[in-house]
Design a protein around this ligand. Structure first.
Ligand code: PHB
Length: 394
């Protein structure tokens, strides 16, 4: 059995990028079909990052004025950078008049899925995209397969790859899946979720003699914390006592409130930007287009920023036949992508201890951190980047 559906935009991937794009397109009167190989439960339960930039929170509020960003999520007016036990707060509102929201990505996904399904969006779970054909013509197609193995085809005017770092759309846009700009890092994060009250009101990014730790939160009862580890670390190899010891040692000056650990994972670090972001009638957004290390909390925000630019370009193309904005998509999106790449790399390199770091390197790094946090210009630079640059560059 083979089914073909006709739509204007085929969106591969029902993550934040794909769902927000389908909403923005609908507002312009453009139809779309969204497919995702995962089930709805999988999408809603995968734990990802948790920080929304001001612009992302504003957009989610515009999409749904009753969004839980403001009830379940929490506004954070600053972060702390801790350097060998010394606290340095970056106060966002006084520096840049903006804030961020701690709101887990899977909660944002629950909201967006409910909203899109409620709006009658053609959204299909358990459908795996196999390949994109005819991207160089005016009628590109997505060839896919549903959970029962039946083939499914989307006949569209444009195809968007919002399908994450293992994108099926990327080869047709960028030549080959691996075509792009890469950086690997010699460390990873050991992440935990635990049942405990918060150990701090705001996020603490700590650079210590033992390496990096991030103390984040989820709610009054659940906390998220990370510490730097070797990328080859087996998440099950450490006892809870060893994990707490590693965390406590990396946040001198704070006694963390411990509690049962109910999830642990090792997050590998990678910086990547696909060499091409658009070819003919196909484009990439979000993790399909780029990956950043988690230190700058940019992943989901960057995906949303791509989508805002692309939605406008698709409106011009499909409503007015105007190709100028779609021709500019890659250039315009790249500017922000590379600023975020830089920020994520810089925060990472400034806060972590490389395995081969010498005494000179460690002291130079503490000097770099102090030169930033002890200067209003330095703090402002961090606050601007962390709370996010405007979505579409002037
Ligand atoms: C998180 O809470 O998961 C989180 C927060 C900030 C980051 C990365 C992850 O930079």
């Amino acid at each position: 059995m083979s089914t073909t559906v006709r739509t204007q935009v085929a969106i591969v991937g029902a993550g934040p990028a794909g769902l927000i794009l389908s909403h923005l397109l609908e507002q312009s009167g453009i139809s779309s079909v969204v497919i995702d190989q995962r089930t709805r439960t999988d999408i809603e339960s995968t734990i990802r990052a948790g920080i929304l930039e001001q612009g992302t929170a504003d957009l989610l509020t515009e999409i749904d004025p009753n969004t839980r960003v403001h009830s379940v999520g929490q506004r954070h007016d600053g972060i702390e950078l801790r350097i060998h036990g010394e606290p340095h707060r970056i106060d966002f509102p006084s520096l840049v008049g903006r804030s961020v929201w701690l709101y887990p990505q899977h909660e944002a996904l629950k909201d967006l899925l409910a909203l899109r399904i409620g709006a009658g969006q053609d959204l299909r779970f358990g459908v795996t995209a196999l390949r994109v054909e005819d991207a160089d013509t005016l009628r590109p197609r997505v060839i896919a397969q549903d959970a029962d193995g039946a083939s499914f085809e989307i006949d569209a005017d444009f195809v968007v790859g919002a399908d994450g770092s293992r994108s099926v759309v990327r080869p047709v846009v960028a030549g080959a899946s691996s075509e792009g700009y890469f950086r690997e890092y010699p460390f990873a994060w050991f992440g935990i979720l635990c049942d405990a009250p918060p150990s701090a009101d705001e996020l603490i990014y700590s650079n210590s003699a033992d390496g990096f730790a991030l103390i984040s939160q989820r709610s009054a009862e659940v906390q998220r914390m990370y510490f730097q580890c070797d990328p080859a670390t087996d998440p099950n190899a450490l006892s809870e006592a060893q994990i707490w010891q590693a965390l406590q040692a990396r946040v001198p000056g704070t006694t963390l409130v411990e509690g049962p650990i109910f999830q642990r994972d090792v997050l590998r670090f990678r910086s990547f930007v696909a060499r091409e972001l658009r070819r003919g009638r196909a484009a990439l957004v979000g993790d399909a287009a780029h990956t950043v290390p988690p230190t700058g909390a940019k992943g989901m925000n960057l995906a949303v920023a791509d989508v805002v630019i692309l939605a406008r370009a698709l409106d011009a193309l499909l409503t007015d036949g105007d190709e100028r904005l779609i021709d500019d998509y890659a250039e315009l999106a790249s500017r922000r992508i590379w600023k975020a790449q830089h920020f994520s790399w810089w925060m990472t390199s400034m806060l972590h201890t490389a395995p081969d770091a010498t005494d000179f390197d460690r002291r130079r790094q503490a000097g770099e951190l102090r030169s930033v946090v002890e200067s209003e210009a330095g703090r402002t630079f961090i606050a601007e980047a962390y709370t996010g640059w405007p979505f579409v560059a002037a």
